[in-house]
Design a protein around this ligand. Structure first.
Ligand SMILES: [Zn+2]
Length: 324
C-alpha cells in the first residue's frame, strides 16, 4: 500500500507558474491581501529566474512562493517580500512548508515502495551469491567457534582501534640506544629500549565490527517490510521522518554490505589467516591456530584439523596445561 497524496500544484519550471489560469505577473499589495501560500518552488538554473511579482520589487529569483491573493489572483513572490508586504505571511508560509515537506517524504517513500521488488532482489542476491552474505555469516560463526578466544578478542580490539598492522617488539642493543639518543636530543633513554617491527598487515578486520546479517536483514529488509506493511493513513510525523531518513540511507547500506562482503572474502584467505599466529597471544593459542586448516569454500575449518586440535587439547590437559 502506498501513501495517498492529495492533488497539488507541482512546480518544476517557470511555465508551471506562468501558465496558471489566474496568474498575474504584477500585483499591487495596497489592494490585495494574502489568502494562501499555495506552494514553494525552487526553479532549475537552466530555465532562468522568475521576477518577483510585487509591483515595487520585480527582483528575479529561483526560490520563491506561488501565492493566492484576495482579488482571486495567483502570483509569485520571494520570501523577504512575503514578510514585508503581507503581515500574516509567516503563518501561511509555515503551513505550506509543512505540507510540502510531508508530501516530498511521502513521494520519496512511494518511490521506494514501487521499487520494493527490485530492492528485495538486490538483498537476496547479496545473501545468496557465491561467497556472499550467507557464506560470510557461516564463516564468521565457524571461525568464532574453532579459533582461540584470545585471538578473537585481540582481533575485535584491533578492529575498534583500526589497527591492522601486526608487529613485534625487538630490544635494541646498547649501541643502537645510544645512537637514537644522540640523534634525538632531549629524549629519554626509556623511549628507545624497544623497537616495533611490522611483520604483516591483516586484511578485512571490519568483519569484527559489524555483521552482514545486521546490515542486510536488520537495517535493510526489516524496515522495508515495515514500510510496505504499515498503515499509511495515520502515520505519525516522527515515523514518517524515520522512514524518510532510512530511505535516504538505502544506497549507503547497500554499499556497506558490499564492502563488508569484500572484507570477509579477504579476511578468510589463507595468506591472511596465517598472520594470526603472529598476534600477541599465548603459545598455546598459537599452537592451536597452527593446527587449524581453513576450508575457504566450505567456510569452516577442516574435519581433519578439528581432530588434531581435539588431540592437542586432550594431551595438554593430560600434561596439566591449563586451558584458556
Ligand atoms: Zn520581491
Amino acid at each position: 500500500m502506498k501513501f495517498q497524496i492529495e492533488n497539488y500544484v507541482k512546480i518544476t519550471c517557470i511555465e508551471d507558474i506562468k501558465n496558471r489560469f489566474q496568474y498575474k505577473p504584477s500585483v499591487d499589495t495596497q489592494n490585495a491581501r494574502l489568502i494562501e501560500v499555495i506552494e514553494p518552488y525552487n526553479l532549475p538554473e537552466k530555465g532562468g529566474k522568475i521576477s518577483c511579482s510585487i509591483k515595487s520589487c520585480h527582483t528575479p529569483h529561483y526560490k520563491g512562493y506561488l501565492i493566492k491573493t484576495s482579488d482571486n489572483t495567483e502570483t509569485n513572490i520571494g520570501k523577504d517580500c512575503g514578510k514585508k508586504h503581507f503581515p500574516d505571511f509567516v503563518v501561511h508560509f509555515n503551513k505550506a512548508t509543512k505540507k510540502h515537506r510531508i508530501r516530498s517524504k511521502q513521494e520519496q517513500l512511494n518511490g521506494i515502495i514501487e521499487q520494493k521488488c527490485e530492492i528485495y532482489s538486490r538483498i537476496n542476491d547479496l545473501i545468496h551469491q557465491e561467497y556472499g552474505g550467507s557464506w560470510c555469516q557461516k564463516a564468521y560463526k565457524n571461525f568464532s567457534k574453532h579459533y582461540p578466544n584470545q585471538a578473537i578478542d585481540d582481533l575485535k580490539q584491533r578492529a575498534i582501534r583500526n589497527d591492522a598492522t601486526i608487529s613485534y617488539s625487538r630490544k635494541r642493543t646498547e649501541t643502537e640506544v645510544s645512537d637514537m639518543l644522540a640523534s634525538n636530543p632531549g629524549s629519554k633513554r626509556e623511549e628507545w629500549l624497544y623497537e616495533d617491527i611490522p611483520v604483516g598487515v591483516l586484511a578485512g578486520l571490519d568483519i569484527f565490527q559489524q555483521s552482514i546479517r545486521s546490515i542486510l536483514i536488520e537495517k535493510l529488509t526489516n524496515p522495508l517490510n515495515e514500510l510496505t506493511q504499515t498503515d499509511k493513513t495515520n502515520l505519525s510525523t516522527a515515523k514518517l521522518n524515520k522512514f524518510a531518513r532510512w530511505a535516504g540511507d538505502i544506497e549507503l547500506l547497500f554499499n556497506e554490505a558490499e564492502q563488508l562482503i569484500k572484507a570477509n572474502r579477504k579476511f578468510f584467505q589463507h595468506d591472511n589467516l596465517i598472520l594470526l599466529i603472529k598476534l600477541d597471544i599465548s603459545e598455546q593459542a598459537k599452537q592451536e591456530i597452527n593446527l587449524l586448516e581453513w576450508d575457504y569454500k566450505n567456510a569452516d575449518v577442516t574435519e581433519a584439523s578439528q581432530k588434531k586440535l581435539r588431540n592437542l587439547i586432550k594431551n595438554n590437559t593430560k600434561r596439566g596445561i591449563v586451558q584458556l
